[in-house]
Every structure is written in structure tokens, then in C-alpha cells.
Design a protein around this ligand. Structure first.
Ligand code: URA
Length: 210
């Protein structure tokens, strides 16, 4: 597996992912499990955020204590299922900014086409976390990252819950410089582009639209 792919297989994440996969899990249950997993994944993905020491006063004494440095991190969910990961990441990093990107698949060419993009100003010098629960073909993720790269952020990472091997390969080929984090890599894609065994349509299960 490529060096830039990290499977975060903590037992709590694996257990919660199993609950999410089950077809009898309710919409409310699915949504709350996604938030819980996002919190655990977010903890790992932010492990290398830079710190600097600043002097603070505790009730006992002064000390040099670590603070996060740099411009505010930007979380960019890919619409619409990516939104299910955002609240937990904001709980971890309340000062983070949130951009949004929406892509649809052109029915003729099957290529992803951007229909919405809103990012914070002054993206250069910012660290970006692009999030989508499912990395299936990898087309939308790779396109979203390509568009965000146009704004020259300092760094980009991609975070998902579940990936297909085909999606990982495609993403890595297009963006070998972008670290990819996932809770699991499943067996394959089916002929409709769903991850197998997967968890179904993450957007529909998150929002109860089916
Ligand atoms: N998107 C989903 O929501 N589920 C899949 O299995 C593949 C893409």
C-alpha cells in the first residue's frame, strides 16, 4: 500500500463502522455513528498539527505551554455526505473554517463537474482537510482536491470512512502528494459504483432520503 495511505483501525472505530454498515441501523443512529467516528478519525488526522510554546500562568506558576500555531485550518466537505463529518471536526477544532465543494457526474462523459465552490479567503498558507465518507471511484475526491490545489493551500489531507481499492489507487495516482486517511479499505466497487461490502449510499442513509 502506498506510503501516504493510513488506515485508522482503532477498535472503537471498527465497531462503530460495523454498526453503520448494518442495513437496519436507523437514520438517527447512522448520523450519530458518523459523528462519533469523525471525532476519532479527526484526533488521528490532526496528530501532526504544529505547536509553539507560549508563556501562561497557572494558579501555581508560570510555564511554557504548547499552543496550536498557523492560520486556521479549513475543513472542506464534498457535498453532500461530507457534511456528516464536519460538526465533529469543528468540535475538535472550533476555530477551523469550513469551505464547501459540490460535484456531480456528467451523465454523458461520467466525469465530475463542479457545481459549487466556496472557500475562505487567503487559502495560501492554510492547511486543508477535504472530507467525504466514501472514496468509491475516487473521481470526485481527486477532482475536489485538484480544484482546491488551484488556491495554493499550505497542505491538503483527504479523510474518509470507507474506501474502495480502486478509489485509493485512482486518488493516489492523481495526488501522490496528498495523504489519505480512512477507517477501512473494502473489497471492491460493484458495477453501479458502490463500495462492496460498504454501507450503501452514505448521503441517503445520513439524510433519510431513501
Ligand atoms: N457513495 C456512497 O455513498 N456509497 C458508495 O458505496 C459509493 C459511493
Amino acid at each position: 500500500m502506498a506510503e501516504k495511505v493510513t488506515v485508522i483501525d482503532h477498535p472503537l472505530i471498527q465497531h462503530k463502522l460495523t454498526l453503520m454498515r448494518q442495513s437496519d441501523t436507523s437514520t438517527a443512529g447512522f448520523r450519530s455513528l458518523m459523528s462519533e467516528i469523525a471525532l476519532l478519525l479527526g484526533y488521528e488526522v490532526t496528530r501532526d498539527l504544529p505547536l509553539e510554546k507560549r508563556t501562561i500562568s497557572t494558579p501555581i506558576t508560570e510555564m511554557e505551554a504548547p499552543h496550536l500555531v498557523g492560520k486556521k485550518l479549513v475543513v472542506v466537505p464534498i457535498l453532500r455526505a461530507g457534511i456528516g463529518l464536519v460538526d465533529s471536526l469543528l468540535q475538535l477544532i472550533p476555530s477551523a473554517r469550513v469551505g464547501h465543494i459540490g460535484l456531480y457526474r456528467d451523465p454523458e462523459t461520467l466525469e465530475p463537474v463542479e457545481y459549487y465552490l466556496k472557500l475562505p479567503e487567503k487559502m495560501d498558507d492554510r492547511d486543508v482537510l477535504v472530507v467525504d465518507p466514501m472514496l468509491a471511484t475516487g473521481n470526485s475526491a481527486a477532482e475536489a482536491v485538484a480544484r482546491i490545489k488551484d488556491f495554493n493551500p499550505r497542505s491538503i489531507k483527504f479523510l474518509c470512512l470507507l474506501a474502495a481499492p480502486e478509489g485509493v489507487e485512482h486518488f493516489q495516482n492523481r495526488h501522490p502528494d496528498v495523504p489519505l486517511y480512512t477507517a477501512a479499505i473494502d473489497d471492491k466497487l460493484n458495477e453501479k459504483g458502490y463500495i462492496v461490502p460498504g454501507l450503501g449510499d452514505a448521503g441517503d442513509r445520513l439524510y433519510g432520503t431513501k
